[in-house]
Design a protein around this ligand. Sequence first.
Ligand SMILES: [Mg+2]
Length: 253
Amino acid sequence: MPGTLPIRDYDLIICDIDGCLSPEASLPFDLAGLAKVAQHNTLAIERGDRPVLTVCSGRPQPFAEAMCRLLQNSIMPCVCENGAWVYHPGTNVYELDPAITPGHLEAVGELSRWCRQQFGVSGVTEQPGKTASVTLYHPDTAYLRSLMPKVAEQCELRKWPFKVTMTWLYINCDLQHVNKGTGLDRMLTACRLEKARLVGIGDTTGDRYIAERVGFFACPGNAQPAIKEHAHFIAPSHEVRGVLEILERIGTN
Ligand SMILES: [Mg+2]
């Protein structure tokens, strides 16, 4: 009704990308599904009667920016590169975590060079676009996994301040003091939003940083069992189809 305040239970949805909005493997987007999320965001911005969905991802900033544009999120900031960056689609402002010093960025360059020298010849590549972390890829995931202890050992030996972890397909070397949680804290401070008014969506244990900061956490059906334990709701369907079921569940789809 004109003149009445819009009613909504939540103010923002914070959603992981890989395994939630897009397939984990290098496959095409489910465009019809993403179009429905985009329609949700269009209505959220026009009417204010539902929370905008933004992203929180390990992906580099350009990928997160493209997802925001695709999903019609033109107003709410997002977290990229596992917390290193907060990006504001509305103003096109990029904020590197101020706790990342020139010394940390030098260590990123040194680690990147060492990995290229050691493993480049065997076909290991670095995911382009990252600036404060190093992400390694090889089409043979078992081979890539076998390299992880060597990377971790070298970081320890050289006193490079990284935590080295394996995701489904990548070795992630992230600065020890930066994660999705620190990125979200910066983003949420800027937005001044309360925990109880936030929804989170994630599919792997790295998304516990999202789960810890929201009033309602949900997973698509393909999520790892260890993160499903944190969920208030687990959608039957996988990936973006599951995200749409979560939007329906919170009464906004
Ligand atoms: Mg994921």
